[in-house]
Design a protein around this ligand. Structure first.
Ligand code: UDP
Ligand code: MG
Length: 336
């Protein structure tokens, strides 16, 4: 860590990376809030110039892109001196949150990048503390929600179970951290080297290493619109988190198989001994149960193997992770 007496502040150039999928309802408020934040950061001397907002439109079907385009084309003279500039990146279709975020992170200029959701659930009030943590030497600052008051009881419980499961599988992940985080240019350039197609960002950033810090924040309700993460998508992301970072499920499958085989061996012994002692085997039920149980175990094991084979299949094709349709706003070459 660098010497705390020589803080690396104010920051050089700060960019925000914000994936947006049908966020037209909430975007104007987001832009307003980030405008206020920019003024605050400038007046506190945390940044030297207004930030750049990189808004990634993930194939929205509402007015999201129109709003982004308009914000990006607003002439600088119209806005106040501290107003952030906006760059719009439009993906060719809906690629999903993780891909949209990656598209933004890999294309955004700036010395420091902060990724956040478009719905104001990643409370901007935590940003000064994130920047201060970076000033103390952290290359990555994780935004961690201090409570889950705004979540349903179901989401709270399933999230807790999920983090416990991941940990038990040996996956290193920051609990209650989604994708609200600050990353230095150095961390971003390191992230670039992870070119796997199936990217689970919050797992990958733990692999990067360097000095990191955690900043807690209260997660409010979504500002407008509804969650773009229905249960199905959430489960898919959860499964990706496990299979991208751990092969333990395969090993569990082997152990379960071994245990089942061992049990069937004991059952054979039992019936042979019973037969020798003149006891006939009645157990229709036990046979049916055993058949179903073994069949179930086998299918589970096959499913697990299938998950990994599928992953290998996707990786070998090396398809692009996102496709950019167009970019509007400040010239990508000259940075913020
Ligand atoms: N998002 C996206 N593509 C998608 C789904 C979501 O870019 O296919 C964005 C969305 O606009 C938001 C962020 O990802 O900025 C998080 O989504 P959401 O707030 O719906 O998730 P939740 O907070 O409910 O988990
Ligand atoms: Mg949200």
């Amino acid at each position: 860590m660098s010497d705390p007496d020589t803080p690396r502040l104010p920051l050089g150039r700060l960019s925000f990376v914000i994936p947006c999928y049908n966020e037209a309802e909430g975007l104007p408020e987001l832009l307003r809030r980030l405008g206020d934040l920019s003024d605050e950061l400038l007046s506190k001397g945390l940044i030297a110039a207004p930030p750049l907002l990189v808004l990634v439109d993930d194939g929205s079907t509402d007015a999201t892109w129109e709003i982004i385009e308009k914000a990006a084309q607003a002439p600088a003279s119209e806005a106040g001196a501290g107003t952030p500039r906006v760059r719009g990146v439009r993906l060719s279709r809906n690629h999903g949150h993780q891909a949209a975020l990656l598209a933004g992170l890999l294309s955004a200029p700036g010395d420091v990048l902060i990724s956040m959701d478009a719905d104001l659930q990643d409370d901007p009030a935590a940003i000064p503390r994130m920047i201060e943590a970076h000033g103390r030497g952290a290359e990555i600052v994780f935004g961690v929600r201090s409570s889950r008051q705004a979540d349903t009881a179901f989401k709270r419980r399933s999230a807790r179970m999920y983090y416990e499961t991941l940990r038990s599988m040996g996956v290193d992940i920051v609990a209650d951290h989604a994708d609200y985080r600050l990353m230095s240019r150095r961390a971003i350039e390191t992230l670039r080297r992870y070119d796997e197609v199936n990217l689970f960002l919050r797992g990958i950033v733990r692999q990067i290493g360097f000095d990191t810090e955690i900043v807690e924040y209260e997660r409010p309700e979504r500002f407008a619109g509804e969650s773009k993460y229905p249960l199905g998508k959430m489960l898919a992301l959860a499964l990706d988190g496990v299979t991208s970072f751990s092969i333990r499920p395969l090993r569990y499958a082997t152990w379960i198989g071994l245990a089942a085989a061992g049990m069937s061996f004991l059952m054979v012994l039992y019936s042979v001994v019973g037969w020798a002692m003149g006891r006939t085997v009645e157990g229709w039920a036990s046979i049916v149960v055993a058949v179903f149980m073994l069949g179930g175990f086998q299918l589970i094991a096959l499913g697990i193997i299938g998950e990994y084979v599928g992953k290998i299949y996707m990786e070998t094709k090396r398809r692009p992770r996102f496709i950019v349709d167009e970019i509007v706003g400040p010239d990508p070459e000259d940075g913020p």
